[in-house]
Design a protein around this ligand. Structure first.
Ligand SMILES: Cc1cc2nc3c(=O)[nH]c(=O)nc-3n(C[C@H](O)[C@H](O)[C@H](O)COP(=O)(O)OP(=O)(O)OC[C@H]3O[C@@H](n4cnc5c(N)ncnc54)[C@H](O)[C@@H]3O)c2cc1C
Length: 407
């Protein structure tokens, strides 16, 4: 009999965990509160560590969207532009996509096509956990069909809570949200644009940032760009009352130029929008008994880190590895899994504070420092590119002279 695991959440962390579990010989069942699988989503960049996890999980259908051409522009308050550094200029040459691309590749992995000979992972939509009780040897879960309210009980050898920032599994098995979620006094709004802002190239990226607020447009290959608005506020709860577009127009009022207007005009027309407050999740342990948390539920690094997808994919790949190494000792497997991931997560939780300033500087002094550092970095990049071009041209030029001198 294969061991059964309940995975709560059909996001990147949940599908990665299911994929890892299957590789270790387990039989995962995924439950998802939504009625169907979501698609689309915001811009994601994957670091080389994330791409290694993609390979480890065998995601050979992952569609990537790095722009083949296009410039990243920094726009001042009036919309005047100059070249800037974007996410894809970060060291290690990250790879661009949208969240739905990663989820589609994972879905393909856990639900192979009919006829491929492989059986798929069982997925139940409109289902959520309402009670989790463990006795050390087994974990009993009360499940609810959220469309009918019907409840049933089932037992599993392991429960993986991959149900995001406001995890139900975490609150049922570890304690209330406030114990683990640290607010960052920031709000974000991410959504796809119907097209590029006027007067920019289709794959250009744009950054309009000032103290306390920023608008980013991420240019991508094969599709229209996506937008991200981020702003700092201590009144987080108040952001979710009233009209969302009007609120975002208010906080962006001092960036009144055509590119920002284009982004704000697109907002009411979209059905795929994430408008949320920013938090980090910090926990001393990611498992208790036979209940484990993964992805944003366990360690939400938050969007400023740009590492949440990489971490979620790595979490699933490492889970499969640890369970395969300790097939008859679950506590040892979970301890090994956590020991491998913890240093990576701690490092990126710290680095997120720094990257936050790049995304949206929190005060005037830091805005000045940010502008200076980015200006120096752009100049350094230009100098490196010119030196490279000169080096490439030099042998060719000397070759022509030698050729001309020979009889
Ligand atoms: C705007 C934005 C930009 C980002 N950019 C990047 C980036 O560039 N690079 C990067 O690496 N990361 C990025 N991230 C982070 C990354 O998207 C997440 O860390 C990653 O997708 C992992 O999410 P998850 O699967 O843990 O949770 P989620 O994506 O939140 O998925 C949780 C799933 O669980 C389901 N669920 C919730 N509650 C229940 C319940 N009670 N019962 C059943 N199901 C439930 C939800 O419906 C959902 O399907 C970004 C995040 C945001 C918001």
């Amino acid at each position: 009999m294969r061991k059964r695991a309940l995975v709560v959440g059909l996001g990147i962390a949940g599908m990665s965990a299911a994929s890892g579990l299957r590789r270790a010989g387990w039989a995962p069942v995924i439950i998802e509160r939504a009625a169907e699988r979501r698609t689309g989503g915001y811009f994601i960049n994957l670091t080389p560590e994330g791409m290694r996890a993609v390979d480890d999980l065998g995601l050979d259908t992952l569609h990537t969207r790095n722009p083949e051409r296009g410039t990243t522009w920094s726009l001042n308050r009036r919309g005047h532009r100059r070249p800037a550094l974007g996410w894809l200029d970060l060291p290690g040459r990250p790879t661009a996509m949208v969240r739905g691309d990663v989820e589609a590749a994972l879905w393909q992995r856990i639900r192979p096509d009919v006829g491929s000979g492989e059986s798929g992972v069982e997925v139940r939509f409109s289902t959520a956990p309402v009670e989790i009780v463990g006795d050390g040897t087994v974990v009993e879960v009360e499940l609810e069909d959220v469309s009918t309210g019907r409840r049933s009980r089932e037992s599993f050898d392991l429960v993986v809570g991959a149900d995001g920032l406001r995890s139900t599994v975490r609150s049922l098995a570890f304690g209330p949200h406030e114990r683990f979620m640290t607010p960052w006094n920031a709000t974000i709004c991410a959504f796809p644009l119907p097209g590029q802002a006027p007067s920019f190239g289709a794959q250009d990226s744009l950054i309009s940032a000032r103290s306390g607020g920023a608008v980013w447009v991420f240019g991508l290959a094969d599709r229209a760009p996506t937008a991200l608005l981020a702003y700092c506020t201590k009144e987080v709860g108040a952001q979710f009352t009233g009209d969302r577009t009007e609120r975002l127009r208010d906080v962006s009022a001092d960036m009144d130029h055509p590119a920002v207007r284009h982004v704000l005009d697109a907002l009411p027309t979209t059905t795929d929008c994430l408008f949320d407050s920013v938090h980090q999740v910090k926990m001393d342990r990611w498992s208790t008994g036979r209940v484990l948390l993964a992805g944003d539920a366990a360690w939400c690094l938050n969007l400023f880190s740009g590492m949440g997808t990489t971490a979620a994919l790595r979490g699933g790949a490492e889970l499969g590895r640890a369970l395969a190494e300790h097939p008859d000792d679950l506590p040892a497997a979970l301890a090994a899994w956590e020991a491998r991931l913890r240093p990576f997560i701690t490092k990126h939780q710290r680095m997120a504070r720094l990257k936050h300033q790049w995304f949206v500087p929190t005060n005037r002094a830091l805005t000045g420092v940010r502008t200076l550092v980015l200006h120096l970095a752009v100049n350094a990049r230009r100098a490196v590119t010119e030196a490279r071009l000169l080096r490439a041209a030099a042998p060719a030029a000397s070759g022509v002279r030698r050729g001309a001198a020979s009889p």
